[in-house]
Design a protein around this ligand. Structure first.
Ligand SMILES: O=P(O)(O)OC[C@H]1O[C@H](O)[C@H](O)[C@@H](O)[C@@H]1O
Length: 531
């Protein structure tokens, strides 16, 4: 299918110039405290309810004119047409000639919703396959849940085949089947798998080999090691078939490995967008078929919000525009994620892949160099832990780091009495960053304030809310990538290191340094020979 890209890079729009003028006139010297004093309705104006997520954007360095210009930029970039192209199944991942349809994994089946989706052939055919696989996957998950012999499920995967499911399983631990322990092994460092295997017994363990390509070095290395361990512990070839499943688009490679139970997915699901596909099997085992369907339903509600809401009330778009305002005008280089929820402790790691692998690029979709910055560094720790580590820098360091707080109204299952203390800390940090203590005489104790933050509020951490939250981030990444004019769905930047590692590994045995730079050669000589 040919695809006429309907959108324009941000720096080639009239709004880009107007934003520069606005930044010089009012953006650089913007003061949040004065803005709240000037506008009694600022909180209402800059906050909104999206599906499952309430967002307060009022503590950001923007006013009505900033938002109006940013929205104009989005329109001049053709963001809406580009979004519609994604939802029509157009091959917007140009370097790989692929459609981008992770959202289709959340689309209800026409049979269930009673609605016939208005769809291109790519979408309609995709949807049929999605539901056939989803039904099979959820049946399989229920079978594992009912099998009392299986107490430990080990997901072997890395990147998108690890971070999403691992994050979600931890977040929904209150709902986990009490008889199932879920483990996630990603690193090629044998310490990770080895220390886990010491605690396991083959008869009670199910291995899920999760890899879109089924060629990833780390995953294949760990999968082979797990198989050797299984056989060495007295497991039989027959047992292998019952204790190893594959989640992959490469059915042939999974069969060659000797796996008979394989759940497939499609090349139009990017690895970092794949937790909704077969890659989500560990989630479905942990929380059950209905829980997984609720996760999908929450994400679908956010898909509909993104697809149909006018840009000015479209939360993923508003957040993307803020990202662009901070990165390209204020020059802020990072954003800190502060989920005040122990359940969301792996969200920053998940977002690092989602945002930086998607938008950490220096060329546009045509391969031409970009004259402006793209993805900020995304980093963080759950609150309140971050407060006792790096919040010093966020409050008083010379760089401004926008913070994104996430809090829940309802506590988790345990020790509920501690919840108000947790939430009070989140509110306090956001207020302290804004208000500061600018008039303090002693410089050490002075806080300049005027430090921006966004505050996201969820009712509770249930599957639907979590699904909506994740989809919010996915669409925000789509929108900011579209404005920056980059292909958010490839990842060529991970290839070079892999190629060099393949060359260096045998040299570690022989000590051969021919053709290497002096530093790599010097290090290699100190390490070789390695068995
Ligand atoms: O799922 P796999 O094919 O094993 O890929 C796992 C990961 O490795 C790759 O190198 C990419 O950087 C990631 O986008 C991907 O999620």
């Amino acid at each position: 299918m040919s695809f006429a890209d309907p959108h324009t890079r941000c720096d080639r729009t009239p709004a880009w110039q107007r934003l520069h003028a606005h930044y010089d006139a009012a953006g650089r010297g913007f003061d949040l405290r004065a803005a709240f004093e000037r506008d009694a309705r600022r909180f209402t104006r800059f906050s909104q309810q999206a599906p499952y997520v309430f967002a307060d954007l009022s503590k950001n360095l923007i006013d009505a004119q900033t938002e109006a210009l940013l929205l104009q930029l989005a329109r001049e970039c053709g963001l809406e047409a580009y979004r519609d192209a994604m939802f029509a199944g157009a091959p917007i991942n140009g370097t790989e000639q692929r459609a981008v349809m992770h959202w289709l994994l959340r689309e209800p089946s026409p049979a269930q919703s009673g609605q016939a989706l208005e769809a291109t052939d790519t979408v309609a055919n995709g949807l049929r396959e999605v539901h056939a696989t989803l039904d099979a996957m959820l049946r399989l998950a229920e079978r594992v849940r009912a099998d009392e012999a299986i107490t430990d499920i080990v997901n072997i995967g890395i990147g998108g085949s690890d971070l999403g499911p691992a994050m979600v399983v931890k977040a929904l631990d209150d709902l986990r089947h009490p008889g199932k322990r879920l483990h996630f092994v990603s690193n090629v460092d044998g310490m990770e798998l080895g220390s886990l295997l010491r605690q396991l017994r083959p008869a009670n363990t199910l291995f899920l080999i999760a890899s879109k390509t089924f060629t990833t070095l780390e995953t294949m290395t760990n999968a082979h090691a797990a198989r050797e361990w299984f056989l060495a512990q007295g497991g039989s070839q027959d047992g292998l078939v019952r204790h190893f499943y594959a989640l992959t688009t490469n059915l042939e490679a999974a069969a060659q490995f000797g796996i008979e139970t394989t759940l497939g997915f499609w090349d139009w699901v990017g690895g970092r967008y794949s937790l909704w596909s077969a890659i989500g099997l560990p989630i479905a085992i942990a929380i059950g078929a209905q829980g997984f369907r609720d996760l999908l339903a929450g994400a679908h509600a956010m898909d509909e919000h993104f697809r149909t809401t006018p840009l000015e009330a479209n939360l993923p778009v508003r957040l993307a525009l803020l990202d662009l305002w901070y990165r390209n005008f204020h020059g802020f280089a990072s954003r800190s994620m502060a989920p005040y929820s122990h359940g969301l402790r792996r969200l920053p790691a998940y977002l690092q892949q989602l945002e930086m692998e998607s938008n950490g690029k220096g060329v546009d979709a045509q391969g031409d160099p970009l004259p402006y910055a793209t993805a900020p560094v995304v980093w963080g720790e759950p609150g309140t832990n971050g407060q006792h580590a790096f919040f010093q820098m966020i409050h008083q360091g010379p760089d401004t780091v926008p913070v994104e707080f996430i809090a829940l109204r309802e506590p988790g299952r345990d020790l509920k009495g501690q919840h108000p203390r947790l939430v009070a800390n989140a509110l306090a940090q956001a207020r302290a960053l804004m208000m500061g203590r600018p008039h303090e005489q002693d410089g050490h104790r002075r806080f300049a304030g005027n430090r921006p933050s966004t505050f996201l509020l969820l009712e509770c951490l249930d599957p639907a809310s979590l699904g909506a939250l994740i989809a919010l981030y996915e669409h925000r990444v789509f929108a900011s990538g579209a404005l920056w004019g980059i292909n958010s769905f490839d990842q060529w930047g991970v290839e070079l290191g892999k190629t060099i590692a393949r060359d260096l590994e045998p040299r570690l045995a022989t000590g051969d340094v021919q053709g290497l730079d002096a530093s790599t050669a010097g290090l290699l000589r100190r390490l070789a020979p390695m068995a």
